[in-house]
Design a protein around this ligand. Structure first.
Ligand SMILES: Nc1ncnc2c1ncn2[C@@H]1O[C@H](COP(=O)(O)OP(=O)(O)OP(=O)(O)O)[C@@H](O)[C@H]1O
Length: 644
């Protein structure tokens, strides 16, 4: 396959300093371009960024295949330079050379340097760095696809940086270039928180004082981010259409922040492409499907705000990129598993292989919105992240397929159960060794996410799947987003209410991995008790329920608590942490029992202060997992009758 038939993804750069690329894009490498540097058809749009320079459009070029290139392991580093040769930093790409010319003539050139093999992701998905904006993908010029080739090229997404404390961390690097997936023809690719201690000993709960056992849990905020002094405005837009089908305890998802999105692929004839763009001052970003045609207004913008392009305009127009995706009719739908806010999930069979899969149809909530704004961001985000991840505790996306009506489906590995449904149908709760086994898998998955700078933000039992091999996998990444340094304000309307961390309920705009850890604590409690821990009926009721159990937080146990928007409300003072009552060390009443070590872990997960809340890494090393009963191995987990 010639290079010019490939699709490549140009990635974006976080918004630091002079970094001016904010998006990744999918760009078609065309064969009808001049020699040497093959022009990549399409438009590359960038969000407007104050102080950085407006980037509206660029053109991408790629050199022809110099054969013998053994993707992905031989990926080269590319350097982006502006017109004056200013080096914008290394980028890595799965193609031999990629030259991207943006406004002002920025181009990527091969610097001949090899990237050391890196870790974790199959490829780097997105860096989304757009705060709380409505982001949609335009249905005009549509194209979609996602990688299915799950080879694991070294991740270009991480690089070492030095944190505030001088500790070397991995971070999502700026300046990414996504890698090309080489695909076979036709395969579409695609107190109380008396801190950790939060303890109020069971034998003396009424004695008045909460024991404050300050445990030096890793400091999530300070260890991973620089100062949060950047008080960026969060421009958030409400999603116009909402589903009324929210499950009990769920909040509406009102944020569509984050950005876009990946999907790369190639096959012999056509591929799916996404590019990202910004809609003028409105900062409504959209991703064009398919070949990007040049819209006049954007050209004007470029002309006014940017130096002249020193490259040719793209010539390609209107290729139907959906051709690159297999049809959903390759699968026989067997039954509907679930209909959620953003998707309908079916059990289906691959007609060719007989394999049973899960098909998640992306729900278009409002057709007119779709026409105008395109493919829902949450779905793109989910596809992108899932396609980029490769971990036993994260559900795998096999490919993306389409139907005749432009509906898009994710094809995922099929998992027989979700924990919400499972626990509703179980007569007895999981045993302690079952829960340990499940918690280890869950924490491994969460650690993987956090190591890759992704917040899931919607951890709950219905988003945890279990198969008959005893494997637990996290799904539903529609709310996930990349985070980085410095800590940015995000929307607070994330995480289903029952699992939502107190800092979110109290309106903290800056939050991070600790929100997922709180949810993990709620899940641990639920796995043990077979009942959700805090079943609030509203946000205020949710807080009330948390405070009633863990005690009302104060500045003393949670530094910064009093500054949170929601802290001003008049909460009734509950001085004690009564969690141990719900999980006693021994019980004759049927309450779930929990050893001191187990209770300590639960308490650390449900620590008010996010900075003191335990991390996934530390939780995995917690003593509870080393004491008897030991975690069961997956193969010995109970099996359950199939849900129908
Ligand atoms: N790979 C899979 N295999 C089997 N069932 C699945 C799979 N993925 C999802 N499901 C089922 O579909 C349900 C909804 O999936 P998912 O959460 O991804 O959709 P959603 O539309 O985002 O839902 P919600 O609005 O609840 O967040 C899950 O709770 C689970 O029961």
């Amino acid at each position: 396959m010639a290079a010019q038939d490939r699709w490549i993804v140009l990635s974006c750069v976080p918004s630091s300093g002079c970094a001016i690329f904010n998006y990744l894009s999918f760009i078609e490498v065309r064969s009808d371009q001049p020699k040497g540097a093959q022009q990549i058809s399409g438009r590359v749009d960038f969000p407007r960024r104050s102080g950085v320079g407006k980037l509206n459009r660029g053109l991408a070029y790629a050199a022809p295949d110099k054969s013998g290139y053994n993707y992905p392991s031989n990926g080269k580093n590319l350097v982006a330079q502006n017109k004056n040769g200013y080096n914008l930093g290394p980028r890595r790409c799965g193609l031999e050379e990629v030259v991207r010319v943006k406004n002002g003539g920025t181009r990527f050139v091969d610097d001949g340097v090899r990237q050391p093999p890196q870790k974790k992701r199959k490829f780097s998905p997105i860096v989304w760095d757009i705060e709380e904006k409505e982001v949609r993908i335009s249905s005009r010029n549509r194209v979609v696809s996602t990688p299915t080739t799950l080879s694991s090229p070294p991740s270009p997404c991480t690089s070492s940086i030095v944190s505030d404390e001088g500790v070397t961390k991995h971070s999502v690097s700026a300046n990414l270039i996504e890698e090309v997936q080489h695909l076979p023809p036709k395969s579409s690719v695609f107190g109380f928180a008396a801190v950790s201690g939060q303890q109020c000993p069971d034998d003396e709960p009424e004695q008045g004082l909460v024991r404050k056992e300050i445990v030096q849990a890793p400091n999530i905020f300070t260890s991973r981010w620089s100062s949060d002094s950047d008080d960026e405005d969060v421009s958030r837009s409400e999603e116009k259409s909402r589903s009324s089908s929210l499950e009990s305890g769920e909040c509406e998802r009102d944020d569509l922040e984050g950005d876009l999105i990946v999907l790369n692929q190639s096959n012999e004839r056509s591929s799916c492409v996404l590019s990202a763009c910004e809609d003028g001052d409105m900062e409504c970003q959209s991703v064009s499907y398919g070949v990007m045609d040049i819209d006049d207004k954007r050209e004007e913008d470029v002309a006014v705000d940017q130096p002249e392009l020193d490259v040719e305009e793209p010539t390609g127009r209107g290729v139907n990129m959906l051709l690159g995706c297999r049809s959903v009719f390759e699968y026989a739908k067997l039954n509907k598993i679930s209909e959620g806010t953003y998707g309908i999930v079916y059990r289906a069979r691959d007609k060719k292989t007989g394999e049973i899969v899960a098909l998640k149809k992306v729900k278009i909530l409002d057709r007119r919105d779709f026409e105008e704004y395109g493919f829902p961001l949450t779905s793109l985000r989910e596809i992108n992240i899932l396609a980029s991840f490769d971990h036993p505790s994260i559900v795998k996306v096999k490919e993306v397929v389409v139907d005749d009506h432009e509906n898009v489906y994710m094809v995922m590995e099929y998992m027989q159960h979700d924990f919400k449904g499972l626990m509703e149908s179980m007569k007895h709760p999981f045993s302690t060794s079952d829960v340990k086994c499940l918690m280890l898998q869950l924490l491994e998955g969460v650690k993987y996410l956090h190591d890759n700078w992704v917040l899931h933000r919607d951890m709950k039992t219905s988003n945890l799947l279990l198969n008959n091999q005893g494997e637990l996998k996290i799904c539903d990444f529609g709310m996930a987003r990349q985070y980085g340094s410095p800590l940015k304000p995000y929307t607070t309307k994330v995480v289903t209410q029952w699992y939502r961390a107190p800092e979110l309920l109290l309106g903290a705009k800056k939050y991070s991995t600790a929100v997922d850890m709180w949810s993990v604590g709620c899940i641990m409690a639920e796995l043990l008790a077979k009942e959700p821990l805090f079943k609030g009926t509203s946000e205020i009721d949710q807080l009330r329920k948390i405070f009633d159990t863990l005690g009302t937080p104060s500045e003393k146990i949670w530094a910064g608590f009093s500054q949170l928007p929601g802290a001003k409300a008049n909460y009734s003072k509950q001085l004690y942490n009564l969690l141990r009552r719900k999980f006693p060390a021994a019980s004759f009443t049927g309450s779930p029992v929990l050893s001191d070590a187990g209770f300590d872990l639960l308490n650390r997960l449900l620590t008010y202060d996010p900075e003191k809340r335990i991390t996934a890494d530390d939780a995995l090393n917690h003593d509870w997992f080393h004491e008897l009963p030991l975690p069961k191995s997956k193969e010995f987990l109970p099996t359950f009758p199939p849900k129908m």
